[in-house]
Ligand binder design. Structure first.
Ligand code: FES
Length: 228
């Protein structure tokens, strides 16, 4: 997306993309969410991270150059500045499009001890893909990730904005089946959460509580549905 990188002279600051240069357009819901978010920050620059998160959710889990440009436009930052942030953090998917559901498998120490390697093999075989790949039907992308900071629930998977743990093969079967049969509304509801720790049966209704796990609470960004 070099067309958005305005080099200019040494004395000229790169400019934000203009509206007529954009190739994507946030939904009204995403615009409202971003505007609401901006009320929490002293300036628009401070909202780059959550703004990118909204864009990633808005565009099916993939931050293309066009998506990054839209965030830059809405936050009045240069494309290069926003791209630099997006490519720094591994939780933003900037390299390639992903499946409808991203399954991220933590393979760090606690999850290793609790059997994530054989579980990961089971998931790979079930989906017919390796880490870093997407199923042929475009439904699932499988990623290996570092510690999700929910070690007390090892082994832990992250699917979209939800944490699942501890999981076993039977849970994986139910989870994948539920994801396969989710309609768009269900997926949207899942994406509405920032992060959830799913502790109860997948089919049970969930309700907010104020009892986050200690490690999760430390991150300061977990909404916990403790139904187990
Ligand atoms: S080691 Fe897996 S969540 Fe921490």
């Amino acid at each position: 997306m070099s067309e958005f990188v305005q080099l200019g002279s040494v004395n000229e600051r790169p400019r934000p993309p203009r509206a007529d240069e954009l190739q994507l357009q946030f939904s009204d819901l995403a615009i409202a969410e971003l505007n609401q978010l901006l009320t929490h920050y002293p300036d628009k620059k401070s909202a780059i991270l959550p703004g990118l998160w909204i864009a990633q959710r808005e565009y099916n889990g993939y931050l293309s150059g066009e998506a990054i440009a839209e965030v830059a436009y809405r936050l009045e930052r240069s494309y290069a500045e926003v791209e630099g942030v997006a490519t720094f953090y591994s939780m933003y998917n900037t390299k390639h499009a992903v499946g409808q559901h991203m399954i991220e498998v933590c393979t760090c120490l606690s999850c290793q001890v609790c059997g994530v390697y054989p579980l990961a093999q089971y998931i790979k075989k079930k989906l017919g893909i390796n880490f870093g790949e997407t199923t042929e039907d475009g439904m699932f992308t499988l990623h290996e990730v570092e510690c999700l900071n929910a070690c007390d629930r090892a082994p832990v998977l992250q699917v979209g904005d939800q944490y699942h743990g501890p999981v076993d093969e039977a849970y994986v079967d139910r989870l994948i089946e539920q994801l396969r049969t989710s309609d768009v509304n269900t997926v949207t509801q899942m994406a509405d959460c920032i992060v959830k720790v799913q502790t109860g049966p997948l089919t049970e209704p969930t309700s907010p509580t104020t009892n986050p796990t200690p490690t999760a609470a430390k991150r300061g960004r977990l909404k916990v549905d403790a139904t187990g």
